[in-house]
Design a protein around this ligand. Structure first.
Ligand SMILES: Cc1ncc(COP(=O)(O)O)c(C=O)c1O
Length: 385
């Protein structure tokens, strides 16, 4: 099961980071549910001393995701937010960060309510417009934090141009790649320094684990993240690491279906008379369709659409039967949500309006069910609107 340097994406997803278990030959990396490791003699051990610092199941996942994202090393955390918290420890008081204005609400909350207390400052701009990014940069800027596509209005940032701009100013480019998944885009290939994921989403893919991961490329970042992961201790537990590792084996075939179903549903919604707007980068009408085609493989599993009023959105949400009304995304089952009152409720209303998260907007994380059943469900819910 040795991977050659020519191994392709699906093969990497299935095998990277995993060897048959040395004690039994088990093909699947076991769940090493242990807190410590017995040492043979003082100062003599097998490289494992304490499970916050080293755990074979977590390490297999970290190597697997690092390979999938074409990075050098990965670090797994207890949640996506813990992974973003670890990234933030790379900053020092006085540092400034430029952030996508449409970033996940929890990320905004961490930056705005917690990290600003430590004399870090943040400027939120539409990173799909790199002139705005450049204008927002100051001599204190140390990080450019990008989400692309953004959640839920699907703006796309040109990753290669963003990396070039950041590097000209000695700024690190961090990409939260949760929304797209590494099947759809690999930011490190375009020059990103660090990639983070909420593994809770497409990497796990089965809605049964909460976790996060950081993938790094530079040795100084790797050294710091390894230190911080152990020093702060917000590690991913072995059971969750195992669940995500199982998820990444099927990432490519799941993503093919997510992509295909989302494309078909976006076309269906775009031609529906009760839908006033559809946000999906795969539609030729999307303002950045050409860029999306250039840097994405397929267009991802998320769609958002507007219905004209909060009341109409509420009626739709109350009338779907197959789609589950729930937060989160990236699982095999289709979830439908109302960003203004659910995922983005922590974003102040004026800011929500500014970035296009209107009260009539509905988001769908399109699962891998039969597309005709998904269309039937939306069709009958729309007839009640
Ligand atoms: C884009 C994005 N980043 C980060 C997070 C945070 O991840 P977690 O919920 O695993 O802490 C989420 C969660 O929804 C997300 O959508």
């Amino acid at each position: 099961m040795k991977l050659t340097s020519r191994a392709r994406f699906s093969t990497i997803c299935l095998h990277a980071g995993q060897e048959p278990d040395p004690s039994t030959g088990a093909i699947i990396t076991p769940i090493y549910q242990t807190s410590t490791y017995v040492q043979e003699a003082l100062g003599k051990h097998k490289g494992f001393e304490y499970a916050r610092t080293q755990n074979p199941t977590r390490m297999a996942l970290e190597r697997n995701v690092a390979a999938i994202e074409s990075g050098k090393e990965g670090f797994a955390f207890a949640s996506g937010m813990a992974a973003i918290g670890a990234i933030a420890t790379m900053l020092k008081s006085g540092d400034h960060v430029v952030v996508s204005d449409n970033t996940y609400g929890g990320t905004f909350r961490l930056f705005d309510k917690v990290l600003r207390r430590y004399q870090l400052s943040f400027t939120y701009v539409d990173t799909s417009n790199l002139d705005e990014v450049e204008r927002a940069m100051t001599p204190a800027t140390r990080m450019l934090f990008v989400e692309t596509p953004t959640n839920p209005v699907m703006r796309i940032t040109d990753l290669r141009a963003a990396a070039d701009l950041a590097h000209r100013r000695d700024v690190r480019l961090v990409v939260d790649n949760t929304f797209a998944s590494p099947y759809v885009q690999r930011p490190i290939d375009f020059g990103a320094d660090l990639v983070i994921h909420s593994t809770t989403k497409f990497l796990n893919g089965h809605s049964d684990s909460v976790g996060g991961v950081v993938v790094a490329t530079r040795d100084d970042h790797i050294e710091w993240l390894r230190f911080v992961q152990n020093a702060e201790g917000a590690i991913l537990g072995p059971m969750d690491a195992w669940l995500v590792l199982r998820g990444t084996k099927t990432l490519p075939i799941r993503m093919e279906r997510h992509n295909a179903n989302a494309m078909a549903l976006a076309e269906f919604l775009a031609s529906h008379p009760k839908v006033t707007q559809v946000h999906y980068p795969g539609l030729p009408a999307h303002p950045q369709h050409a860029l999306a085609k250039k840097q994405m493989r397929g267009f991802g599993g998320l769609i958002s659409f507007a219905l004209g009023s909060l009341e109409r959105a509420r009626t739709l949400l109350n009338n779907v039967r197959l789609m589950a009304l729930a937060e989160s995304l990236g699982g095999v089952e289709t979830l439908i949500s109302h960003p203004a009152t659910m995922t983005h409720a922590s974003v102040p209303p004026e800011r929500r309006q500014q970035i296009g998260i209107t009260d009539d907007l509905v988001r769908v994380s399109v699962g891998i069910e039969d597309i005709d059943d998904l269309k039937d469900d939306l069709s009958s819910a729309l007839s009640a609107v």
